[in-house]
Design a protein around this ligand. Structure first.
Ligand code: 9UX
Length: 69
């Protein structure tokens, strides 16, 4: 398993965090997702043999949020 912190813009309440968690955990290879509105960060535990950071970021953007590069 590998862990990444992804900076995300547009999360303004806990519901946003839930949406992102739902969008990411629906993907194969994603084990755990934690988000912080205060830190504008999403922490993802994933299996790098199955999914990569670029795909995680795509899923966040498809859920309607902006990834800060
Ligand atoms: Mo809160 Mo986020 O009402 O998409 S859920 S701002």
């Amino acid at each position: 398993m590998e862990k990444v912190n992804i900076k995300v813009d547009g999360m303004t309440c806990g519901g946003c965090v839930s949406s992102i968690q739902k969008a990411l955990t629906a993907r194969d290879g994603v084990k755990d997702v934690a988000g912080s509105v205060e830190d504008k960060t999403v922490t993802v535990d994933f299996d790098p043999a199955v999914i990569n950071q670029m795909k995680l970021e795509e899923a966040i953007e498809q859920a309607g949020f902006d990834v800060i590069k």
